[in-house]
Design a protein around this ligand. Structure first.
Ligand code: SF4
Ligand code: SF4
Length: 399
């Protein structure tokens, strides 16, 4: 069954950079994205993106939980706890330096590298070992790409001083190890609630651990490594270059093993590695048929038409022909709810538990002329329905 499933994933025999140029019609005057314009950073300086109590709600002492289902004291306590280590580690230098590691700045927790470099005679074997280690540290999938500097942020934003300074990573860090961190499928079925925010928080927590531990492993081998989450660069195009999935209408990476229900972490390094090739498994064609995310988005932030090169506002890159979510509309909805939303992940037909064989058949159907049938079945079997928070808390399979 596994080989049947994997036979639907087609590696693209083309250099990753060329593949992206062609698939996304990247214009030659494409400019690197300024991190200051990311919607979460805009919330710090742009009055039109007012976060109100959104960020405060992640500190339980500052926030009074609501009584509504999925937003009570238990739900917020659980969600905020899921973010705890990511916040503590990420903000350890905030007061002094204004950095938020993992979000505006890469991590600085590695201890100095080994003075002796391990000899590498076989790059394929080295790559295998690094991938094994990454999976042991929490990654569900691992891919390698060369660092394509187009995806590195042009400026690094400091949330304390509100300065945005020109930014680059050391040129010798030629490779990026892209780490797919699966989120919890059952928790993600409860989006959008404070409870479901724990799915996001836990994903970041595992990503923090996985990327930093892997970076430390590489520095212990005598090479350089930088651990990163959402800081430093745009992760989605890099993950596509590393052969980990395709781009969906909802603006997220769709992976063949965990669908869109993932977070992405990464490690930049100079250890010699073999790069992966991009893959296709029919996502673009399926998204052309399906519009479930666009229909399900409560604020209509997801486009229904064809991919466009012009983004809805300056919180997204210009000059890449793609479906782009309206980040302003999306974030406004999050602020109104005081928690993150991922209805677009919940309703996506690729959001399935692919450890079950019948769901693997579904992903093959999505990549065939029977894709409309797959969509019908998905609707009929109510895969996208929201699971009530109370039902999640009462689920006896976790006792
Ligand atoms: S996260 Fe929610 S509001 Fe934002 S695009 Fe997805 S469905 Fe829409
Ligand atoms: S919900 Fe449908 S259109 Fe949206 S990303 Fe998923 S497959 Fe594509």
């Amino acid at each position: 069954m596994l080989s049947f499933f994997k036979s639907g994933i087609k590696p693209i025999a083309q250099a990753s950079k060329d593949y992206l140029n062609k698939s996304f019609g990247i214009s030659p005057d494409f400019k690197r994205f300024n991190q200051r314009n990311d919607i979460f950073n805009r919330a710090m300086w742009d009055d039109s993106v007012h976060p109100k109590a959104f960020f405060k709600s992640y500190d339980i002492t500052n926030y009074k939980p609501k009584k509504s289902k999925g937003f009570d004291h238990w739900d917020y306590a659980f969600r905020n706890a899921s973010w705890h280590m990511t916040d503590v580690v990420g903000e350890m230098h905030f007061e002094k330096e204004g950095t938020v590691q993992g979000f505006t700045d890469y991590y600085s927790v590695q201890t100095p590298p080994s003075p002796m470099q391990v000899p590498i005679d076989d790059i394929n074997d080295c790559t295998k070992r690094i991938k094994h280690a990454a999976k042991m540290f929490g990654a569900g999938m691992v891919g390698i790409c060369k660092v394509d500097e187009r995806w590195i942020y042009s400026h690094n934003y400091n949330r304390k001083t509100q300065e945005a300074k020109p930014f680059d990573i050391p040129k010798n860090l030629k490779y990026a190890i892209m780490l797919i961190i699966p989120m919890d499928y059952e928790l993600s079925k409860t989006y959008p609630t404070a409870l479901s925010g724990a799915s996001t928080g836990l994903g970041y927590g595992v990503g923090l651990h996985c990327a930093n531990t892997l970076a430390q492993f590489i520095t212990n081998l005598g090479y350089q490594a930088i651990a990163s989450l959402n800081d430093t660069s745009l992760s989605i195009p890099m993950a596509i270059e590393a052969g980990l999935g395709e781009y969906g209408r909802h603006g997220l990476l769709i992976t063949p093993e965990f669908g869109p229900n993932i977070r992405i972490a990464k490690v930049f390094t100079d250890i010699p590695l073999t790069v992966d090739q991009p893959v296709e498994f029919g996502v673009k064609q399926f998204c052309n048929t399906c519009q479930k995310c666009a229909d399900g988005c409560p604020v209509k932030a997801i486009p229904k038409g064809e991919p466009q090169a012009e983004p809805p506002n300056f919180s997204s890159s210009k000059g890449i022909k793609k479906w782009t979510v309206n980040a302003e509309k999306c974030f406004k909805f999050w602020v109104g709810m005081n928690t993150d939303c991922a209805i677009c992940i919940r309703v996506c037909p690729y959001n399935k538990d692919f450890s079950k064989w019948w769901n693997r058949i579904g992903i093959r159907l999505a990549n065939s002329p029977l894709r409309k049938l797959m969509l019908k079945l998905d609707n009929l079997l109510k895969f996208s329905d929201r699971v009530a928070a109370a039902k999640w808390w009462e689920d006896k399979t976790r006792d």
